[in-house]
Design a protein around this ligand. Structure first.
Ligand code: NDP
Length: 484
């Protein structure tokens, strides 16, 4: 089913007329140039965003460096109060931020509202977070305490699939432990991040949070900058390698959250209807543009046809349309490059597999691809062995569970995975054999601020969230006392 609407966003201001600004040292600043931002649901230009000059990047890094000692000196309680104030602003402007997110990113408005709600939850969680010193030894010989110090200035680089949420979930843990930040959004989705920065301009002390615009070449300057102590990056594995190399000369700390090719393994005792519902939800959310989207589905031969039938039925019920139309379940791909890649994937699907539902790009403005399921496709096809960042998913039959696990692990990626079953004991045993940072059982893609999230193999380095993630924004400092 498709919807035809291309509604205007209800943000409370004229987006096309608005001057989006960078936030540098507490001031809203124009760029040295501008970059056009396109609504992927219509293909039309919706606003212009500022782009930083190298000198403006230097100013932002310097401002973050100047603000950091005083921010650190405030202590946890005061920094937490600031972060709760940030969460209050997010809550007050919830709908406008969601509408802007949909306008620039394309996702259905309900999913954009989730992005803002999660941003509020994560901010409040970290506002109350503490990394207290840990006593490692306390005996007659001496006393040893492990403390955590902020790294200093954090450079954050965000992609275009969850622009506001990714900005906020990097900002809040970095700030609570005493860092300051310079953040660079993706050139195709800068608006919600810049509007958020504008809204909290007077909420945080000047220089604590800086946002600079990018036309496509600011990332390498930020990663190489000598005034930046750590890079927190989310994006592709290819770019992650460049980021890591750029961090080497200054030995920056680096956290990389990269690509994924998540397998879902269905066991023979799985509830077919509930499993089909869960698989479709986490295969097609955000039009499949999620690092931890379900991308490959392994189903036992005994239930292969039944599972596919149930998934086809659910997929056919999804409404594809502009994200601002409340009827839409699946929005457009975020940008033209991704759209062209998806069309190539559809051609591969038609040639090498059997398309059981979907299979086409929509003949309308915008970057729409029908949610597509493919069966009977061989394992070494790019559709299966590469990350497909689009609503196109393969369902693969297996006869032998050990073989399915081997095939699921036969990937350069290792971000998420899931097992779908009734017997939780068996599912847990299978989960333990999967090469992934997270294995969910009977669900997928649940991110919460208290649980670490990271990838193995080429899916990343380090983790975000939980104590593990917060510690990545700190350096170790040991105080070691010898009793005399
Ligand atoms: P990129 O990894 O190239 O972009 C992500 C961010 O990194 C953007 O802000 C980008 O800015 C920036 N960036 C690019 N090059 C550098 C660099 N050398 N140094 C520092 N920062 C840099 O992703 P793409 O947009 O090209 O998407 C390609 C593929 O990546 C997708 O098809 C998907 O497979 C994967 N991807 C994974 C995501 C995830 O959540 N893990 C998110 C998005 C994409 P700029 O555009 O200005 O270069």
């Amino acid at each position: 089913m498709t919807s035809t609407l291309s509604p205007a966003p209800a943000v409370g201001f004229d987006v096309a007329a608005k001057q989006f600004k960078q936030l540098i040292g507490g001031d809203l600043v124009d760029g040295a140039a501008t970059v056009p931002v396109v609504d992927p649901g219509s293909g039309e230009h919706v606003a212009s965003a500022p782009v930083a000059s190298p000198a403006q990047l230097d100013l932002a890094v310097a401002a973050a460096g100047r603000a950091q000692p005083a921010w650190e000196a405030l202590g946890y309680a005061e920094r937490g109060r600031y972060l709760h104030a940030v969460a209050d602003v997010l809550a007050e402007h919830h709908e406008a931020l969601a509408q802007l997110t949909t306008l620039e990113q394309g996702k259905p408005i309900t999913q954009a509202r989730d992005d803002v709600s999660w941003s509020i939850d994560f901010t409040r969680y970290y506002a109350d977070y503490r990394l207290d010193p840990e006593v490692l030894r306390d005996d007659e010989g001496g006393y040893v305490e492990l403390r955590r110090r902020p790294v200093g200035v954090v450079g954050a680089i965000t992609p275009w699939n969850f622009p506001l949420f990714q900005a906020v979930y990097k900002l809040a843990p970095a700030l609570i432990v005493g860092n300051t930040m310079v953040l660079k959004p993706s050139p195709t989705t800068p608006l919600a991040t810049m509007y958020f920065a504008e809204l909290i301009k007077d909420v945080l002390p000047g220089g604590v949070f800086n946002v600079i615009g990018d036309g496509g070449d600011v990332g390498p300057l930020l990663t190489a900058h000598a005034g930046v102590n750590k890079i927190s990056f989310t994006g592709s594995t290819v770019t992650g390698r460049y980021v890591m190399a750029a961090c080497a000369p200054t030995l920056k700390r680096v956290t990389l959250e990269l690509g994924g090719n998540d397998p879902a393994i269905v066991l023979e005792d799985a509830d077919i209807e509930k499993t089909a519902e869960g698989l479709c939800t986490w295969a097609f959310a955000n039009a499949g543009q999620v690092c931890v989207s379900i991308k490959r589905i392994y189903a036992p031969a005994a239930i292969y046809d039944d599972l596919i039938d149930a998934m086809v039925k659910r997929t056919a019920e999804l409404t594809v349309g502009h994200g601002l139309d409340p009827a839409s379940d699946v929005g457009p791909l975020q940008n033209k490059v991704q759209f062209e890649k998806a069309r190539e994937a559809l051609a591969i699907a038609a040639e090498h597999g059997t398309v059981v539902t979907g299979g086409s790009a929509l003949d309308r403005p915008g970057y729409f691809i029908e949610p597509t399921l493919v069966r009977d496709i061989v394992e070494d096809n790019p559709l299966i062995c590469e990350e497909t960042f689009a609503p196109i998913r393969s369902v693969i039959a297996y006869d032998d569970l050990d073989d399915a696990i081997r095939r699921a692990n036969n990937s350069e990626y290792g971000l998420g995975a899931s097992v779908w079953a009734t017997d939780i004991e068996q599912a847990t045993e299978v989960a333990g054999r999967l090469d992934s940072g997270t294995t969910w059982i009977n669900h997928h893609f649940q991110l919460t601020p208290d649980v670490p999230f990271g990838g193995v193999k080429q899916s990343g380095l380090g983790a975000e969230f939980g104590r593990t993630g917060v510690e990545e924004f700190t350096d170790v400092h040991v105080v070691n006392i010898k009793h005399l």
